[in-house]
Design a protein around this ligand. Sequence first.
Ligand code: FES
Length: 159
Amino acid sequence: MPKTTATADLADQVAEICARHAMAEGPMLPILHDIQADFGYIPEAAIPVVAKALNQTAAEVHGVMSFYHDFRSAPAGRRTVKICRAEACQAMGANDLADTAKARLGVDWHGTTKGGEVTLEPVYCLGLCACAPAAMVDGQVIGRVDDARLEAVFAEAGL
Ligand code: FES
């Protein structure tokens, strides 16, 4: 069956990324990072291209993707909220904060709200332990997060 233009374009773009890292030692992670940087996630159609370029199976590529939680298999929401789940933050109520966020958004970890407003992700220490509980909103760390601060973020996102 002939490939659609969009699929062929994606395959070409991914093949170009793979070629860029062909001489690198351990090229899988940099390739996946570059794909995610270009597309915002790792499209399913990219997997066989990466597998072929690295002479591995699609299952091996999937395995790496699922081991490293930063790789997405679907586009993220317009805002990404990461809540720290490491020890210092847990001791300061991060679990309750996460439960509140999940209930408010109606998603679990790695989930995105139906309208694509917010993606919720866990993170393991943001280096802001002294200001626990900590979170990261669109790449910016915030400390002493409480329900009200999270609610403000969600409201800004249009929820
Ligand atoms: S444990 Fe949460 S920022 Fe370090």
